[in-house]
Design a protein around this ligand. Structure first.
Ligand code: NDP
Ligand code: GDR
Length: 342
């Protein structure tokens, strides 16, 4: 049987790397898109030992001609659009750039598929951020959207355009509305990776303290390796549809800090409140976690979790990794990184 051929935009990112590995294991020919002019940035593919197995070609979301060329010449069975300006905080500083990269590019991709490759199945990396702040804390596929960041609005634009291409042009397009998912391959800017990276350095006496923003926001965290399986499953169904992918459980940032500290055997005690809240290492009596107003977001989603019942029923998908195992996996990888540097 002929190998299936898949294209992954954002292959150098966290999900891109895990998805590439999954598709290779399933016998796909995997082509990955790399930003034109990007510094060669394959550390995640190397980490998973698949850098030699993925064919990398230039792919730039801001370049319509490039998008057309990639889709025209590729003859892909499946196209996973994971590339994005994915940092919510940055979107407040660069709303126009975020919109161009995350929203307009998706219409260009959809148009290119419609014009040149109408049999290609399309997956769009949508986000739980699109729900924003609404009364109900639990979110599912029929929940209304009320985005609160330029990032979320850009993702929602793409999500709704995809719906139009599916309904009006009959294209096979799926939108995965994913809640936070992290891993040892997570970018350093994101809170889970930042907490683990800094607490490990503090443990090894390479750093004095960790500075965080709002530690009372709650997130529904899962493991990227589990979540990319849901992406693939979506494109294997008869009917294209949208799915919420989540763990269904929330914790606040402070709890995540406590879990990491416990794993690293740092005995913490919290003192104060508001901006003067801090965590002290009981053994050294030193402050090792501080809160800073500068890291608070202008708009925030305080508390939200997802229901993946639809994904569970139709895709037979459910998360395999709970938060404690995720903390363990991420801490072990971080400790191992420092061991190798010795
Ligand atoms: P990452 O930030 O790790 O990866 C983003 C990828 O997009 C990188 O490969 C980056 O390339 C690429 N990229 C950025 N700008 C461009 C551009 N202009 N042209 C081409 N490529 C570009 O994200 P994740 O892997 O965590 O997330 C994957 C997708 O899922 C994103 O769309 C994100 O918004 C979405 N998402 C993520 C969630 C999560 O919790 N991880 C939850 C919900 C949605 P480079 O290496 O050159 O920077
Ligand atoms: P998020 O992830 O914005 O949910 O987007 P991030 O890890 O950046 O923030 C999670 C929560 O932690 C709070 N926070 C801090 N965040 C960061 N980055 N740094 C800090 O110091 C800090 N202190 C507190 C934040 O305010 C926030 O509430 C991720 C991305 O992967 C998106 O692409 C994706 O769409 C969503 O998850 C679902």
């Amino acid at each position: 049987m002929k190998k299936k051929k898949a294209f992954i935009s954002g292959v150098s990112g966290q999900d891109g790397a895990y998805l590439a590995r999954l598709l290779l294991e399933k016998g796909y020919e995997v082509v990955g898109g790399e930003r034109i002019n990007a510094e060669r940035n394959y550390w995640r593919l190397k980490e998973l030992q698949i850098d030699k197995d993925v064919r990398i070609i230039p792919f730039e979301l801001l370049d319509e001609n490039n998008i057309n060329e990639v889709i025209k010449s590729g003859n892909y069975n499946e196209f996973y659009n994971l590339a994005a300006q994915s940092f919510v905080n940055k979107s407040f500083l660069s709303p126009v750039y975020t919109t161009r990269v995350n929203a307009l590019s998706v219409v260009n991709i959809l148009e290119a598929i419609r014009n040149f490759s109408s049999k290609t199945k399309f997956y769009q990396a949508s986000s739980s951020e699109m729900f924003g702040n609404i009364k109900s804390k639990m979110r599912h596929e029929k929940t209304n959207f009320r985005p609160v960041s330029p990032y979320a609005v850009s993702k929602l634009y793409a999500h709704w355009m995809l719906d139009i291409y599916r309904n009006v042009y009959g294209m096979y397009c799926c939108s995965g509305i994913l809640f936070n998912h992290d891993s040892p391959l997570r970018g350093e800017d994101f809170v889970t990776k930042k907490i683990i990276s800094d607490l490990v350095k503090i443990k090894l006496k390479k750093k004095k303290y960790l500075i965080l923003g709002n530690i009372y926001v709650r997130r529904d965290w899962g493991y990227s390796k589990d979540y990319v399986e849901a992406m693939w499953k979506m494109l294997q169904q008869k009917k294209a549809d949208d799915y919420v992918i989540s763990s269904g459980i929330t914790h606040n940032v402070k709890t995540f800090v406590n879990k990491v500290a416990r794993y690293l055997k740092i005995d913490l005690t919290w003192k104060g409140n508001g901006l003067s809240e801090r965590a002290i290492d009981k053994k050294t009596k030193k402050i090792i976690v501080k809160v800073s107003k500068t890291l608070f977001r202008p708009n925030e989603i305080d508390h939200a979790y997802g229901s993946s019942s639809k994904a569970n029923n139709i895709l037979k998908w459910k998360p395999k990794t709970n938060i404690d195992t995720l903390v363990k996996i991420m801490c072990e990888a971080e400790l191992e990184k420092h061991n190798k540097l010795k």
